[in-house]
Design a protein. Structure first.
Length: 614
């Protein structure tokens, strides 16, 4: 590491210098505490006696080489501030910590030989813009648990998880933050160990093996990363050297809405710390992408547009993303941002923030609100479901239905559907058909795929017993079918950020609450027709732009998915007669809360002669 670059906020490899590193004789410890009066280290290697550290080559860097220190040993720093107060800290660059409530860091042997070379070599330099991304978001501790309620370790989790992902048609997983955190209830978003995979589920080596196992089965792995704020625990980054080293010194900007400390992104040392942490996860663990949390809180002061843009934080995001793209050209960077700040996914060379994808929070909110609305009022909210295409091409959007939508009294996805138990399920199937046929990469939180009714609780596993009930079992089968359909049909993902690949066929039928659209790519066309009213529409017609020969791929009302339509009962036809100034119409029955998906088998070009204008 270049120390001057570290101070300037340009380092991406600070973890190679700071922290505990094994040597031939033992280990060398380095910690940055420029305002400390004194720094000492203690651990297993000293019988927990305090050993003084010295500033040597670089100002503010305290270091000590200790013979006999070994991988796995525990250690802490004792930092004396200018006021004489001594506080014990974990290592900011520590790569493993003891299980909470303890906070000692542990020495790590980073030696590892990856076996996923083929995956890494073929990873898409095009950021998957023209490939499907069906992301399963999960919390490692509450997807499944052992019979005694304990957690699976990283490898055990992979063994259980991977076959399920393959079955359900998910080709990516996104973990809620795996970096160390003191409180289970923070879900990993209030960190103390930005370089340390949480010891709740095992060791860094076991996490690397999980990633390898996923790659071997063609599944990409994304992790959440929190570059905006950190936990307030005294042993963490707060007042690290007796002064606000990582956070703002003023109360009006220091504290976040979550009871955490905001990073001061204008400091070079803080920038280097965070950039290095992001690079560490991509380099050391072969993660395929990073989803950055709460980006709006970095763009605007405390996330409030009325307070103005935090220009230094925006500059930090831009520089970090540019550096990560250079180091990892095929890694994917995602932003959770609910604002309309421009150019979030534009390249940094064009004054963009440089993210590859942005969560489409507007799409998520509009869609859920529509499906919560009673059918009698849906004609008045009709354009909520078409509005997303008015702005879709302004950024590179991902469609998220994440953990945030199934907690804090918001109700789960299936609960959000209007009505009683029985009519929630057909609506949820139509809901997901709409999402998967809409342009944009997909993300769904665990449990959504089998209609979990209970809100997510990080202390309990998902309610897998629900699959004993026919409607939940049928819903899971439907979800798997829909997911695989998405993965298998290029028209549903190839070129989806090109406006030529999408077209409305019916978007002016508010009285019927019906919609129809087509997706085109790779010489294929997929047509979707949807009825979101509680009425049965017999022989409903949709004008087709060309003379299509169709085959039905999926009907959310099929019996196998808990509906009433037998697959042999097509109840649709293509009629070669003019309709709405088109030469052909699709005539079909639309039961309440139903989506029907068709594929164009062939296109017959019209031979009708046109009368020349005189």
């Amino acid at each position: 590491m270049d120390f001057q670059k570290f101070l300037q906020g340009k380092a991406f490899d600070a973890y190679e210098y700071f922290g505990a590193h094994l040597t031939e004789e033992g280990a060398v410890f380095r910690v940055y505490a420029p305002n400390a009066a004194n720094v000492e280290v203690q651990g297993d290697f000293s019988g927990w006696k305090l050993l003084p550290m010295k500033q040597k080559q670089n100002p503010g860097v305290f270091e000590l080489e200790i013979a006999g220190a070994e991988a796995g040993m525990y250690y802490k720093y004792a930092i004396t501030g200018a006021d004489g107060r001594v506080v014990y800290h974990c290592d900011p660059y520590g790569m493993l910590m003891e299980l909470r409530p303890g906070f000692a860091s542990r020495i790590v042997d980073r030696t590892w030989k990856f076996t996923d070379e083929k995956w890494m070599q073929k990873r898409d330099l095009g950021k998957n813009y023209n490939n499907p991304m069906n992301i399963y978001e999960l919390h490692a501790g509450s997807w499944k648990q052992k019979e005694d309620g304990s957690w699976y370790d990283y490898e055990e989790l992979a063994e259980e998880l991977i076959p399920y992902l393959k079955k359900m048609g998910f080709n990516y997983i996104e973990f809620l933050p795996l970096s160390e955190h003191p409180a289970d209830c923070s879900w990993g978003y209030q960190n103390t160990g930005f370089f340390a995979p949480t010891s709740r589920y095992g060791t860094p080596q076991q996490l690397k093996r999980l990633v390898e196992m996923c790659h071997e089965q063609g599944i990409g792995v994304i992790t959440d990363f929190v570059p905006v704020h950190f936990a307030m625990d005294d042993y963490g980054l707060k007042d690290f050297d007796g002064t606000p080293l990582y956070e703002f010194p003023h109360p009006d900007t220091a504290y976040s809405e979550w009871g955490t400390m905001n990073f001061m992104h204008s400091r070079g040392e803080v920038r280097s710390f965070l950039q290095s942490a992001a690079n560490y996860w991509l380099t050391e663990f072969h993660f395929d992408g990073i989803r950055m949390d709460a980006i709006s809180r970095a763009i605007y002061w405390n996330g409030d547009p009325a307070r103005g843009v935090n220009e230094r934080a925006v500059e930090f995001l831009r520089n970090m993303n540019a550096g990560l793209h250079k180091l990892h050209p095929s890694a994917i960077l995602m932003a959770e941002d609910s604002t309309d700040f421009p150019k979030v996914t534009a390249p940094t060379e064009y004054d963009g923030l440089g993210f590859d994808y942005k969560w489409d929070m507007g799409f998520m909110n509009d869609t859920l609100r529509f499906f919560q609305t009673a059918p009698v009022y849906r004609p008045y909210d009709y354009h909520k479901l078409s509005f997303s295409m008015m702005y879709f091409y302004s950024d590179l959007f991902l469609l998220p239905f994440s953990h945030d939508e199934v907690v804090h009294g918001k109700a789960t996805i299936i609960q959000k559907m209007f009505g009683d138990y029985e009519i929630k399920f057909p609506q949820a199937k139509a809901f997901y058909a709409y999402v998967y046929m809409h342009p944009g990469k997909k993300l769904n939180f665990m449990g959504n795929e089998f209609a979990q009714f209970r809100e997510w609780d990080e202390t309990r596993e998902q309610d897998w017993d629900l699959l004993k009930y026919p409607l939940h079992d049928a819903f899971q089968r439907f979800y798997a079918k829909l997911s695989h359909l998405y993965l298998e049909e290029p028209a549903l993902y190839d070129g989806e950020y090109n406006s030529d690949c999408f077209g409305w066929l019916e978007v002016d039928a508010a009285d019927y609450v019906t919609y129809a659209w087509e997706r085109k790519a790779s010489g294929q066309t997929i047509v979707t027709v949807m009825n979101l009213s509680d009425q049965f529409w017999k022989d409903f017609q949709v004008a087709l732009p060309e003379q299509y020969e169709l085959t039905e791929l999926l009907n959310t009302d099929w019996e196998e998915f808990g509906g009433n339509t037998k697959p042999e009962d097509q109840n649709w036809s293509v009629e070669n007669k003019p309709y709405k100034k088109k030469e052909q119409a699709l005539c079909l029955d639309l039961p309440p809360f139903t989506a029907r998906i068709f594929k164009v088998k062939s296109v017959k070009h019209s031979t009708q002669k046109k009368t020349p204008k005189k």
